[in-house]
Design a protein around this ligand. Structure first.
Ligand code: NI
Length: 255
């Protein structure tokens, strides 16, 4: 069995004391591939180093919608950082009205810039959508995200939103919150998503899945996400692993 964690933040300081051990636990748990996802451009150097020094590690370039910065990125600035051969996506970018650190109009223009860069690079966009479904879908439609494709990361919205995303050809990625006791609606969505559109992730160090809930999350825990999804879909975990790995390789153009 091989698992692919399509969204984690393994370069964050949370792993400074035991990053090598975390990679070792990945191996022990059949997690052979990860995408280390960017939330600010200052990270890019770290992500380049990490991806160059290890097999099965790729990265993205982008700025989180709620990350406060002094000057907004341009399409050109994203293009210049994302040319590296192990950069496989743009993001995470999107809209987040759960917190209001960055005003909606700034989030919107930032998101548009990310999609425009992704289209030029022909790389998918890792989309962060939180309490902002209407705005996120409107912008993705207007910017024609279908051209480059994308991933609805840490999906935590409704079945209707999942349908809209699928209609736009986007992949839907589930993280630890699908395992939480009260996430009945989310598990219904996980049961509904077609095989070819399904991805899994941890979003580590956040949102550790049951039975590790409350601890620091790490990529090896993506196994629990796979097990939960296998259960709600009535499939074997090996089948979920194979399907989601294949989908990720295709989505990130790794084969
Ligand atoms: Ni993230």
């Amino acid at each position: 069995m091989e698992l692919f964690d399509t969204h984690c933040h393994i370069d964050f300081h949370h792993f400074d004391d035991d990053r090598d051990a975390a990679f070792e636990r990945m191996r022990e748990n059949s997690v052979s591939r990860i995408i280390a996802v960017s939330v600010e451009l200052e990270q890019t150097r770290r992500l380049v180093e990490l991806s160059e020094s290890r097999d099965g590690v790729w990265f993205s370039v982008g700025i989180h919608p709620n990350h406060e910065i002094d000057s907004e990125p341009t399409v050109q600035s994203l293009l210049s950082l994302a040319g590296h051969q192990k950069c496989v996506a743009i993001g995470e970018s999107g809209m987040d009205f759960f917190r209001h650190r960055v005003p909606p109009d700034i989030q919107e223009s930032r998101f548009r810039t990310h999609i425009q860069a992704a289209k030029q690079l022909d790389k998918p966009v890792i989309v962060h959508m939180r309490d902002a479904d209407e705005a996120t879908f409107r912008i993705m439609q207007e910017e024609d995200i279908m051209t480059c494709g994308g991933i609805m990361h840490c999906f935590s919205s409704s079945l209707d939103a999942a349908r809209q995303a699928l209609d736009m050809g986007l992949s839907i990625s589930f993280s630890g919150n699908v395992t939480f006791k009260n996430s009945h609606e989310l598990r219904d969505v996980a049961a509904f998503v077609p095989d070819a559109s399904l991805l899994i992730e941890t979003d580590a160090p956040y949102l550790a899945p049951v039975p590790q809930r409350g601890k620091r999350n790490e990529p090896s825990f993506v196994r629990h996400v796979a097990e939960c999804i296998a259960q709600v879909r009535g499939q074997h975990v090996e089948a979920i692993a194979e399907m989601t790995t294949k989908n990720a390789l295709l989505r990130f153009k790794l084969q």
